[in-house]
Design a protein. Sequence first.
Length: 144
Amino acid sequence: MQPPPIRVEQWCNQVAAEFLVPAAELSEAWEDAKQSKEPYQTLAVRFKVSTIVAARRVLDLGLISKKQFFEFYDGYQKDERRKKEAKKNKGGDFWNTQSVWVGQRFGTAVVRAAKEGRLLYHEAYQLTGLSGKTFDRFAENLGF
């Protein structure tokens, strides 16, 4: 027998699952969804949940076998790993991001004022959130 906290947690999970993806609506929707190329995605969109939640709910209601669920789940994990790897290999350009974050027009005005002595560098640093060599490189990227 399981200790009470686990039973309580299981009950809470069941209540949440029924609230998010009601069994009667899911059973009805499953007939159409299982015909689609991505049935769990179809359900996820309809019920506004993740594809994992949709697939798990279909499993819990006995509409698919554990084998079918784990085939989907394994593929899902592989896709997520691929996406994570792709994200790791892609990175934003710090200087382009700064031009957007600070704003090109504002950044240009601040850099120009600092270089002309109308604004202290300390104030320019505070206004842009950049300092020292980073501020200088930002200025270079703006054409100064």
